[in-house]
Design a protein around this ligand. Structure first.
Ligand code: A2P
Length: 254
């Protein structure tokens, strides 16, 4: 099997000067679990240039959604940000990842902690009916620098109630946003909101290792800082080989 295939861009939306999302065709043979990532890219100077991208659409969807940062001098995103409907991108044949239900033990509350484009895998998870079969409540946290960066997540969550498969469960999803460099009803890093107890006070109590599960996606520092706090609460890290109480994955940058 070829390592990647050519797929057609179905739509592109620019959210800010540094964030955009796009949808591409999904090969009939391409299977993935909600929350996984895949290699994606373009031909550059006659050679394939691919990077790991979280799939932002759920596994039942006919197309594949992605949410990306734009980096002016990024080898891939400087070019990818100019794609338009009808263009061709390269898509890896196989998806992998740890932000999947299989890597978590059963629980009651599911925290999805994200910063920046780290929300992408959770755009998949919150639209997967399995999420609401496995958990009573889902808390999606999204922390960004500025308000405009929250728009993608806000539109996504707003569309949930009209979703044919998970719309009836939309009331069980809490969208918990905060900003760090602009005024907002809630400000501060997610780690600060944990330390002050504000996150737990606003979402129904501190982490309980018996019933709470956590997925974390953001920068390496964000992951490490969140992981330290989640571990201090007594949660053990899971993997595909051995499910646990929390899982982490780095958001793509560049
Ligand atoms: P801050 O503005 O205080 O750096 P970035 O684009 O740098 O990844 O940041 C995205 C969001 O994640 C910002 O709101 C940023 O806050 C926050 N952030 C950055 N580093 C950490 C960290 N180590 N722990 C928690 N949040 C972080």
């Amino acid at each position: 099997m070829a390592a990647f295939s050519e797929q057609r861009v179905l739509s592109v939306r620019h959210w800010t000067s540094s964030l955009f999302s796009f949808r591409v065709t999904r090969p009939a043979s391409f299977r993935f679990r909600s929350g996984e990532f895949v290699m994606l890219g373009l031909m550059v100077d006659g050679k394939p240039l691919l990077r790991a991208y979280s799939i932002a659409s759920p596994s039942w969807d006919e197309g594949l959604d992605f949410f990306s940062i734009k980096v002016a001098d990024g080898p891939l995103t400087s070019r990818l940000q100019t794609i338009q409907e009808g263009d061709t991108i390269l898509l890896g044949a196989k998806s992998v990842g740890t932000l999947v239900h299989d890597a978590l033990l059963p629980g009651k509350r599911l925290y999805l902690l994200s910063t920046g484009t780290g929300i992408a895998p959770f755009a998949s998870i919150i639209r997967d009916p399995e999420t609401y079969e496995r958990f009573e409540q889902v808390i999606l946290t999204h922390t960004c620098r500025e308000a405009a960066e929250l728009a993608y997540g806000e539109a996504l969550v707003a569309s949930l109630k009209d979703d044919p498969l998970v719309g009836e469960h939309a009331h069980r999803l809490v969208h918990y946003t905060s900003l760090t460099r602009e005024d907002h009803p809630r400000t501060g890093r997610i780690t600060a909101l944990m330390d002050s107890g504000q996150l737990w006070a606003e979402t129904g109590g501190p982490l309980d290792p018996a019933t709470d599960r956590v997925m974390i996606c953001g920068s390496l520092n964000m992951i490490n800082d969140c992981k330290a706090r989640v571990e201090a609460a007594g949660l053990d890290e899971g993997s595909n080989a051995r499910p646990g109480a929390f899982v982490v994955e780095k958001a793509f940058v560049g």
